[in-house]
Write a protein that binds this ligand. Sequence first.
Ligand code: HEC
Ligand code: HEC
Ligand code: HEC
Ligand code: HEC
Ligand code: HEC
Length: 254
Amino acid sequence: MRILGLLTAVAAGIWGATAIGADDIDPNIIIPEKILGSKHDFTGLNRRAGVAAMPGLAFSDYGTPCIYCHIPPDEEEIGSSFMGGIPGWNRFKQAGDSFSTYDSRTLDNKVRTPSSISLLCLSCHDGTMAVDMTVFKPDGWDSAEDAALHLKLNGADDLESCGKCHNGNAAHSIAIKHIGTDLTNDHPISMEYAGLNFKDQDFRPPDTPFGFNNGIKLYDNRVECATCHNVHNPDVKLLLRVGAEQLCETCHIK
Ligand code: HEC
Ligand code: HEC
Ligand code: HEC
Ligand code: HEC
Ligand code: HEC
């Protein structure tokens, strides 16, 4: 709901995609426009890549970049959950027990299912759903404008996958961005942060209930994809919140 309120506030300007100047601002503050021109700007990919085959054939160009993740302002009140959406986001929940989450003997907190904010990322990055598979389409969307294909972010060589072209030959390989549903090799997510209340001496206590002063963020005391990544800030490599050299030590003491 937090996000929705703010979205409404900025809606007038941004959904019409106008830019405001914004340079020296706190890294925690979100400047929605910064997503424009980044890899998550699905309305701009075609123009930048110069490949007419991407939107229009590979995925639907909804004309506004926000809608691929956020619920449009006029649908905020209803929300997406009743249509099988991830609570608070314009994306569908993965079916059933899709994910194998990271586990090890030494983990303080075990996780069975990722939280909503990480399900959001996985709704594209697990490669099981099309990148344009949103719960709500833009107001007045004409299904005749729908793309011929609705490709998924994975490296497979078929007409369901961006890998058809993104194989390292026709275009850069997309395989590395495809995380899949097996998260056992990735950093654990959606567990309570082990450094809360000095519980585990191997972790630094957070500076505030929302995380660390350098921008690393906790969500309801948990570590999520968005703890380390900020899709709204393409200034740091791989959309990280802080450079890789400082990232791990923000939390891990050894
Ligand atoms: C790839 C998915 C994605 C796209 C596309 C996207 N956002 Fe976001 N947005 C997020 C995530 C994730 C957060 C939460 C980030 C955080 O907690 O720091 C967020 C947060 C926000 C917030 C702040 C909400 C808060 O509670 O602090 C605003 C405002 C916002 N987005 C607006 C926009 C606008 C406007 C657009 C289109 C120009 C857009 N977003 C495109 C994923 C996206
Ligand atoms: C936001 C804080 C945070 C950051 C940043 C972070 N970690 Fe973690 N990491 C954790 C937490 C919390 C756990 C789970 C600890 C537990 O519950 O026992 C964890 C677990 C791990 C584990 C598994 C340990 C085990 O016992 O199985 C590895 C490996 C790891 N982190 C490596 C890294 C690396 C490498 C980086 C930098 C790229 C990093 N972490 C950044 C918080 C963080
Ligand atoms: C609507 C689909 C979609 C959603 C939702 C989404 N992503 Fe992505 N993401 C992509 C695509 C497409 C790329 C670019 C793939 C490529 O160029 O190889 C990408 C690229 C990335 C990259 C690599 C950026 C780079 O510079 O190479 C990171 C990191 C990333 N996403 C993290 C996230 C996180 C974290 C979230 C959730 C907050 C998220 N994504 C949500 C589609 C999505
Ligand atoms: C018909 C072939 C084709 C298909 C299908 C295709 N792409 Fe592309 N894409 C390209 C080419 C060619 C480029 C430009 C060269 C490059 O970046 O490797 C490109 C570039 C990109 C870029 C980089 C653009 C930038 O400016 O940063 C992203 C991100 C991307 N594609 C995502 C996708 C996603 C996601 C899909 C599936 C939904 C997809 N593409 C499907 C051919 C294709
Ligand atoms: C503890 C911090 C941390 C968490 C949590 C985290 N990442 Fe990352 N991510 C990184 C770092 C560091 C890199 C770059 C080094 C690497 O590839 O491991 C990265 C790389 C990526 C890449 C780009 C791969 C490439 O090399 O182009 C994507 C996509 C991505 N992460 C998505 C996600 C998603 C989705 C989640 C949640 C399921 C997530 N990340 C959780 C730290 C994190």
